[in-house]
Design a protein around this ligand. Structure first.
Ligand SMILES: [Zn+2]
Length: 191
């Protein structure tokens, strides 16, 4: 499992960095929340598919250019995190590997892999919902999105619709534990 662990005991994360640089400083809290709700709808689709519910969307200025949800199980691909799929979609839509003037919204703090991809794509704004204190690659566990050693440091905004994003993950893991308890033989025993 790529992401999800650690969010269970998540309760604190960096609040919004303030203020955001222009042009993002013009975005209201309502805009950030509306965009995060769209990411949450993607996360719900992941849950329906039995995937760890994480969703991501990317806006180029005011235009939605990507939306995706975690599909690591479905695609049998450990790199198929919501952010990775969304970054590929956005690059294709824009015809450029640099996602300039783009904002990525994701329901869970990006992991180390996705944070690395965000740096490579030069995404200027990253917004997330739930923190991931144990695995978060943006600022929590590793500070990949806030490192002076890297050539790109996006503006960051954490905790947008945090409760809803966390609840979706917590409910998913809770229901999965219950399912495992009801059907213990469905889990492959350790070697
Ligand atoms: Zn990731």
């Amino acid at each position: 499992m790529g992401y999800g662990r650690g969010v269970m005991d998540a309760d604190v994360l960096p609040g919004p960095n303030s203020p955001l640089p222009p042009p993002f400083s013009a975005l209201t809290a309502e805009v950030h929340e509306a965009r995060m709700r769209r990411a949450l709808r993607q996360a719900a689709l992941a849950a329906e598919a039995g995937e760890v519910p994480v969703g991501a969307v990317i806006y180029h200025r005011d235009r939605l250019v990507a939306q995706a949800f975690n599909q690591t199980r479905t695609l049998k691909d450990p790199t198929a995190h919501a952010e990775m799929l969304a970054i590929t979609q956005a690059a294709s839509a824009l015809g450029d590997w640099r996602l300039l003037d783009c904002a990525l919204y994701v329901t869970l703090e990006p992991c180390a892999m996705c944070s690395g991809a965000i740096v490579l794509a030069r995404i200027p704004l990253v917004v997330w919902g739930a923190p991931d204190p144990q695995r978060g690659g943006a600022v929590s566990c590793f500070q990949i999105l806030d490192s002076p050693q890297l050539n790109h440091r996006p503006a960051l905004l954490g905790g947008v619709l945090q409760d809803e994003c966390s609840t979706l993950l917590l409910d998913f893991f809770k229901s999965r534990r219950t399912a495992n308890h009801d059907h213990p033989t469905t889990e492959v025993p350790p070697p």
